[in-house]
Design a binder for this molecule. Structure first.
Ligand code: ATP
Length: 147
C-alpha cells in the first residue's frame, strides 16, 4: 500500500504489533522521533515510554515499550523491545501491584543506596518506572493527538 509504513513491534516473547501505519512516533533515547513513509533509514536506541502510530483507518494507537531498538526504513519500522504491550492489553491491576512491590523494595533499600550503589535499588527504580508508565498510559483515554 502506497504512503504507509509496515510497523512491527517485537519482544523476546511475542509479536506485539504487525500493522500498516501512516505515521509512527517512538520514544527514542535522545527524544521522541517521528517516522513518515519515505523516511531516511536510521537505527536508534529506545527508552521506556509510549510508541504511538496511526493506522490506515486514521485511528491513533498506543503501545507501551520498555527500551530496545528501532530500525526505520523508508517503508518499514521495526521495534525490538525488552517488553511491550498495546494499551488495550495493559492489565492495570497487575501494574498497580508491581508499583506497590517496587515502592516497598525502594523503601527497604533506600538507606543502603545512599552509601553504596545497590543493584536491587536500581532494579526497583526501573520496575517502578515501568509500572508508572503502564498505569498512566492505561488511564489516558487519548494521548495528545499526532498532527
Ligand atoms: P511484573 O512484575 O508485573 O511482571 P514487569 O515490569 O517486571 O511487571 P516486564 O518484565 O516489563 O514486567 O514484562 C514481562 C512480560 O509481562 C511482558 O510480556 C509484558 O508485556 C508483560 N506485562 C508486564 N506487566 C504487564 C501489565 N501490567 N499488563 C500486561 N502485560 C504485562
Amino acid at each position: 500500500m502506497a504512503g504507509t509504513i509496515q510497523l512491527e513491534v517485537v519482544t523476546p516473547e511475542k509479536l506485539v504489533v504487525s500493522e500498516e501505519a501512516t505515521i509512527v512516533m517512538a520514544p527514542g533515547a535522545e527524544g521522541e522521533f517521528g517516522v513518515l513513509p519515505g523516511h531516511t533509514p536510521f537505527l536508534t536506541a529506545l527508552t521506556l515510554g509510549t510508541l504511538r502510530y496511526r493506522d490506515t483507518a486514521g485511528t491513533e494507537r498506543c503501545v507501551f515499550v520498555n527500551g530496545g531498538f528501532a530500525e526505520a526504513l523508508p517503508d518499514k519500522v521495526t521495534v525490538l523491545a525488552q517488553s511491550a504491550e498495546r494499551r488495550c492489553d495493559i492489565d492495570i491491576n497487575r501494574a498497580k501491584a508491581a508499583l506497590e512491590r517496587a515502592k516497598k523494595r525502594l523503601e527497604h533499600s533506600e538507606d543502603k543506596a545512599a552509601s553504596t550503589p545497590d543493584m536491587d535499588f536500581e532494579r526497583a527504580k526501573a520496575a517502578l518506572a515501568r509500572a508508572q508508565t503502564r498505569i498512566s498510559l492505561a488511564e489516558t483515554r487519548r494521548n495528545v493527538s499526532m498532527q
